[in-house]
Each structure stands twice: as structure tokens, then as C-alpha cells.
Design a protein around this ligand. Structure first.
Ligand SMILES: NC(=O)c1ccc[n+]([C@@H]2O[C@H](COP(=O)([O-])OP(=O)(O)OC[C@H]3O[C@@H](n4cnc5c(N)ncnc54)[C@H](OP(=O)(O)O)[C@@H]3O)[C@@H](O)[C@H]2O)c1
Length: 313
């Protein structure tokens, strides 16, 4: 994969893709390249204005060549009823889903709650995507070789799962909650891979992180913190470059379930996509199982197609 770029994306004609949080940032550039190479992409995010502007920009930049198309549909990962509405609507309108990119995210917010009462960073970054993936599992399984790419951060390496205080009720730190949620992304993706394998399903679950990319992710509402984050990002790469690890995981030949991708430069901050090894705590199977069971309980979403054996040929 030496110096892989988006120009190496294979033809994606006839493929359906959902990219969460693709109204801007890394997700927008992920969606743009998928459309350019012929995929039918749904931008799934909260803000209609941003989502529709992104879709218009993608149409203008790709010129409708190669059969690709793009539309925006509302999804609030911080509201399980919205996640359910999105999954039900998508599944009714499409006979299968080839690619789900769990990209949306919030970072370092002051403590707040989702509509269902979950701490916001854990709720949006992890639980919302857990529920979305589970509810879309039947349409994913309808397409052999479908891929789920879950977007994490290099900061997952500082993450610790605090199962006794998952929602930060007793002790909350903005960055601590973020790194926990990004570790949860990796634990989820690797556990999904193990469950796919156990069930004999034909689905690839992979992980990607963008390095450090210039986006609006660090808008925390605190101007001082915003400034510090901006300074820390000075050597950052473009959002388009940040999308390459996701695009590689989503489209390149030979990607295996359980693999992870990030930039190949110093400290995985920038560069071309390469295989990376997540932190040791991301391979903690006991924690992964506990997170999965807790997520099922909290969201009420079960990946029951695996249990019912519906996936065997
Ligand atoms: N930029 C970096 O340097 C960096 C580094 C490491 C990891 N990452 C990861 O990369 C991913 C993309 O981040 P980015 O930098 O592109 O950030 P961004 O520009 O802020 O984009 C994030 C998107 O997530 C969407 N979103 C936020 N809350 C949502 C919700 N409740 N429901 C649905 N969508 C929601 C937002 O759209 P709406 O407001 O329209 O909903 C927004 O468009 C995130 O998972 C982030 O953790 C980024």
C-alpha cells in the first residue's frame, strides 16, 4: 500500500454506502471519494443545512460521473429513536448496504447527556454507532463482503474503560471521556469482527483513524481550549488526507476483518494510510465482551442475526 491515495479506489458502481457525520470534515471527504468512484452514498448527520450543502458540493465536484449519487438523511446518534428511524427508513428503501462508515464524533465536550440520558461523548461516539450497526446488520448481511469501518483516534491509546463509572457521573474529564469513547470504538470493532467470525458471516469489521486533521472537531465552546487544540494541530494534515485511512479500510482489496489503519508518518499524525496496531487495551477480550453486553443493555439493540444463525450460507 505504498503511498496509497484515493486515486487507487476501485470502481464502486452499484454499492450502497452510509457515512455518519459526513456533512463536514473527514466524513465529507470520505463520502466525496466514494461517490467519485461510483457508490450511492447516504450522508447521515443531524444538521440538514450542512448535510445538504455537503451533498451539493459532492455532486458539483464529481459531476455525477460513474453512476455515483449522494443524499442526506437525518441521523442523531445521541437519540436512539432517531437511530431507529434512520435504520428503518434506510432498510425499507435499500435491498442491501455494502459499506457503513461509523465516522461521526464529538470531542472533549463539557459533560452533557444524550436524549436517552447517556454521557454525550460515550453516547454519540460509541453507543449510537453500536445501535446503528446492530439495526443495519440485516441489510449489511444481505451483501456478501460488506464492510463496517469504525473511526477511532490515535488518542484511544490513552483511553481506559471505567466500567464502574462509564457515564462519568462521579468523575468527569472532557478528554478522559473522549479517549474512553475512542477506545470503545476499537473494542467494538474488534469484538464485532470476532462475532462475525464466530457466526460464519461474510462481513469485514475494520478500524481507521485520520491522524490529526484540520476539521471543526475541537469546537468545545471554551475559547482557551479551542486555541490550545488549534496550536496542537498546526502540523495537521487536510481533512481529505485524514479520510484516506477510512477510504483504504472501506475499499482496498485484501482488507481483513480486525485490521486497523492510520497514517504512516511520525506518531501516526499524518501521511498515507498504513496498517497500524491499536493499543494493547483494545485487545482486552474481557473488556470487549463487557462493553458489548453493556451496550446491548443500554441501547436495547441486539445483533440477533448472529444468534439466529441467519448468516450461514
Ligand atoms: N480531526 C482530527 O484530527 C481527528 C483525530 C482523531 C480522530 N478523529 C475522528 O474522526 C471522526 C470525524 O471527525 P472530524 O474531525 O471530521 O470532525 P467534524 O468535522 O467535527 O465532523 C464530525 C461530524 O459528526 C457529526 N455529528 C456530531 N454529533 C452527531 C450526532 N449526535 N449524530 C450524528 N452526527 C453527529 C457532525 O455533524 P452534525 O453536526 O450535522 O450532526 C459532524 O459533521 C470522529 O470520529 C473523530 O473522533 C478526528
Amino acid at each position: 500500500m505504498a503511498r496509497w491515495t484515493a486515486r487507487e479506489i476501485p470502481g464502486l458502481g452499484g454499492r450502497n454506502a452510509v457515512v455518519t457525520g459526513a456533512g463536514e470534515g473527514v466524513g465529507l471527504h470520505t463520502a466525496l471519494e466514494l461517490v467519485r468512484y461510483g457508490a450511492r452514498v447516504v450522508i447521515a448527520s443531524r444538521d440538514r443545512g450542512k448535510g445538504e450543502a455537503a451533498a451539493a458540493r459532492i455532486r458539483a465536484e464529481t459531476g455525477g460521473k460513474g453512476g455515483g449519487s449522494v443524499e442526506w438523511l437525518p441521523l442523531d446518534l445521541g437519540d436512539l429513536s432517531s437511530v431507529e428511524r434512520f435504520a428503518t427508513g434506510f432498510s425499507a428503501a435499500h435491498d442491501g448496504l455494502d459499506l457503513l462508515v461509523n465516522n461521526a464524533g464529538v470531542m472533549a465536550l463539557p459533560r452533557g447527556l444524550t436524549a436517552d440520558g447517556f454521557e454525550r461523548q460515550f453516547g454519540v461516539n460509541h453507543l449510537g454507532h453500536f445501535a446503528l450497526t446492530g439495526l443495519l446488520l440485516p441489510v449489511l448481511l444481505a451483501r456478501p463482503g460488506a464492510r463496517v469501518v469504525t473511526v477511532t483516534s490515535g488518542l484511544h491509546r490513552s483511553g481506559r474503560m471505567d466500567f464502574d463509572d462509564l457515564m462519568g457521573e462521579r468523575r468527569y474529564g472532557r478528554l478522559r471521556a473522549y479517549t474512553q469513547s475512542k477506545l470503545a470504538n476499537v473494542l467494538f470493532a474488534l469484538e464485532l469482527h470476532r462475532r462475525v467470525t464466530g457466526a460464519g458471516a461474510d462481513l469485514v469489521s475494520a478500524v481507521a483513524h485520520p491522524g490529526v486533521a484540520r476539521t471543526n472537531l475541537a469546537r468545545t465552546g471554551n475559547p482557551m481550549q479551542g486555541l490550545l487544540v488549534t496550536l496542537a494541530k498546526l502540523p495537521a494534515q487536510s481533512a481529505a488526507a485524514g479520510a484516506l485511512p477510512s477510504l483504504y479500510a472501506a475499499t482496498a482489496a485484501g482488507v481483513l476483518g480486525g485490521e486497523a489503519f492510520g497514517p504512516d508518518g511520525f506518531a501516526e499524525r499524518r501521511g498515507h494510510p498504513t496498517r497500524i496496531r491499536p493499543a494493547a487495551q483494545a485487545y482486552d477480550r474481557v473488556a470487549a465482551r463487557r462493553l458489548w453486553e453493556t451496550s446491548e443493555e443500554l441501547t436495547g439493540v441486539r445483533f440477533s442475526a448472529f444468534d439466529r444463525g441467519e448468516v450461514r450460507p
